[in-house]
Design a protein around this ligand. Structure first.
Ligand code: HEC
Ligand code: HEC
Length: 232
């Protein structure tokens, strides 16, 4: 329970209280109505400041728009396009189970000024959580090794594979990449910060994608194909 969480939770709760009279079918758990619809509502300009009162109207709920939800709730830290800022990492195409866990439970910061807040089901209903993750997963996948590394691996292994928050340099472990990525680490123990690594199937990351990542890492300082003497 830290300050960040309250700073965020309070305006959010106020904002949502203002929405309560709006949506029909609020107990419909599906994406078609209820909580998801109003969380996907017209709060776009409530982004940084909070406190933007909607003043209940009886207009029908707007179409689902998870970008708007993201803008309202997440973009102040993660950036408008989930590209990352000094406050929080890039989070495009996340692994669903892991992302859900982090969003529900929050997480202590590693190299960021404040923690990832936790979002309970009252603040972010299940349908909104699913919708947000689906939206994040709709960003296109990069075609080159650097872009792939930045999107999928950098948050944990650091710039150029130098160790990052898990402290595991991988520029000199390139023979292990394929096996490690298919198997991951720690199963679904998403909360084991520093010990959990997702597994990715070939549907998400092809063998060719992994070859490109390996090639990129090999050229980084300390990499297998790097001439600079930078051994540990
Ligand atoms: C107050 C700033 C803040 C807000 C608001 C915020 N986050 Fe975060 N988030 C963070 C920080 C900081 C981290 C990294 C924590 C760490 O260092 O492990 C993070 C991590 C994450 C991660 C894990 C990324 C990874 O690869 O480890 C996901 C997924 C995520 N946030 C999603 C969201 C979503 C979705 C929202 C909106 C519902 C949101 N966050 C709102 C600060 C924030
Ligand atoms: C959520 C954090 C996380 C992400 C994202 C992640 N890893 Fe890991 N990775 C880890 C952890 C933790 C370990 C260390 C496991 C251990 O202690 O043996 C690890 C280990 C590895 C290893 C083995 C290192 C060794 O010493 O043998 C390789 C190779 C690797 N990761 C590659 C990748 C690649 C490539 C990506 C991107 C496709 C990636 N990782 C994404 C957390 C992550």
């Amino acid at each position: 329970m830290d300050a960040t969480r309250w700073m965020l939770a309070v305006p959010l709760a106020l904002w949502m209280a203002g929405c309560e009279e709006g949506p029909p079918g609020a107990d419909d758990p599906g994406l078609g109505g209820g909580a998801g619809a109003w969380l996907g509502g017209d709060g776009a300009d409530a982004g940084g400041g909070g406190g933007h009162a909607r003043g209940g109207t009886d207009e029908p709920p707007p179409p689902l728009d998870w970008r708007t939800t993201f803008t309202t709730v997440c973009a102040s830290c993660h950036g408008a396009e989930a590209e990352g800022t000094a406050a929080a990492p890039q989070i495009r195409r996340p692994v669903a189970g892991f992302a859900e866990w982090v969003i529900r439970n929050g997480r202590e910061p590693t190299g960021f000024p404040a923690a990832m807040p936790s979002f309970s089901a009252e603040v972010l209903p299940e349908s909104a959580l699913d919708g947000l993750i689906e939206w994040l997963r709709s960003f296109p996948k990069p075609a080159d090794g650097e872009g792939l590394y930045e999107m999928y691996c950098r948050n944990c292994h650091g710039a150029g594979g130098d160790g990052g928050r898990v402290g595991v340099r991988i520029t000199d472990e390139l023979d292990d990449v394929h096996e490690q990525v298919r198997e991951g680490e720690g199963g679904d123990r998403y909360g084991d910060q520093g010990e959990y690594m997702p597994a990715w199937s070939r549907d998400e990351l092809t063998d060719a994608d992994l070859d490109r990542i390996v090639e990129y890492l090999g050229d980084q300082p300390g990499g297998d194909d790097d001439d600079r003497a930078d051994e540990d």
